[in-house]
Design a protein around this ligand. Structure first.
Ligand code: DO4
Ligand code: MG
Length: 282
């Protein structure tokens, strides 16, 4: 099932989406409410959504699919991300390759809360003190109690790479700021996601209507099991149900394509949809 949220009767409301973009609102529920109720009543999210949804389909636009309690992210999970960072950063040789190695502890960091997240069509942020901000297109999972995967969505882990590159201790400043994370357009529930390790992801940057960047990756290149990433972040953190984990980027945007205000970043995976956001200086 494809779940997201819409503005319905002036309120943020969970909704079931069909492939064509029509929606059945789920009155009186946000996506967080739906998750909470499905866990209390011990029924699946899809079953609860089906029971509570309005009978009619409407042409409604998806907004952010969930206001996440917490957003976590993993890094250097694709060879591309680790080798680019090793080649660009002023660090000890193999610094990033070390965490790419699946036998070592993965990199994970706290990306923020719902406060820093935006949905489809909303502006993503460029820090005023960054000259090189890049999109990081990532597969993201919505987690339930104990880290159970409830569904899959797309994320843009927007990052001020020049700040990270200057010194790895600046990572939180490069990663966490207003509008640093886009999510959407829908959450494909875990029971309907055919194979999260075989998704073809594309990212484009459009400037003044012209495509200035195109990159793609298949999630088969993800060097970790998503369950392993979740297990690590839960080791010493009671992460609340309704939180999101971004699983790392396999698409690298170089400095010549640094985001400029007005650029539009579009991330797409056929099984999930398209997440497009304009960039603004925040
Ligand atoms: O090591 C820095 C962050 C890496 C990251 O966010 C990624 O690989 O996606
Ligand atoms: Mg990332």
């Amino acid at each position: 099932m494809r779940l997201s949220q819409v503005i319905w009767n002036g309120k943020v409301t969970a909704a079931i989406f069909d492939e064509g973009g029509l929606a059945r609102p789920i009155p009186d529920y946000t996506l967080q409410d739906l998750i909470r109720r499905s866990e209390v009543d011990k029924i699946t999210l899809s079953e609860l959504a089906r029971r509570q949804a309005a009978a009619h389909w409407e042409a409604l636009k998806p907004i952010i699919p969930i206001a996440p309690k917490e957003v976590w992210a993993c890094g250097c999970t694709y060879e591309m991300s680790a080798s680019f960072r090793d080649s660009e950063h002023n660090t000890r040789e193999g610094f990033y390759a070390y965490v790419f190695n699946a036998n070592n502890r993965p990199e994970s960091f706290f990306k923020g809360t719902g406060r820093v997240c935006v949905g489809p069509g909303q502006p993503i942020g460029i820090r005023p003190d960054s000259r090189f901000t890049a999109p990081e297109p990532e597969l993201a999972v919505v987690m339930g109690q104990g880290g159970r995967i409830l569904g899959y969505t797309l994320a843009n882990d927007v990052s001020a790479w020049d700040i990270e590159k200057e010194n790895p201790l600046y990572l939180p400043q490069s990663k966490v700021y207003n509008a640093c994370c886009a999510l959407g357009p829908v959450i494909v529930t875990a029971d309907e996601m055919v194979d999260p390790y075989h998704l073809e992801m594309t990212c484009t940057i459009t400037r003044d209507g012209k495509e200035v960047f195109r990159g793609s990756v298949n999630t088969s290149k993800l060097n970790r099991k998503i369950e392993t990433l979740i297990e690590y972040i839960f080791r010493a953190n009671a992460i609340p149900s309704g939180s999101v984990l971004c699983t790392g980027t396999g698409i690298i945007v170089k400095e010549e394509n640094a985001l400029a205000p007005g650029d539009v970043v579009t991330i797409s995976v056929p099984e999930i949809g398209e997440l497009a956001n304009p960039a603004v200086v925040i």
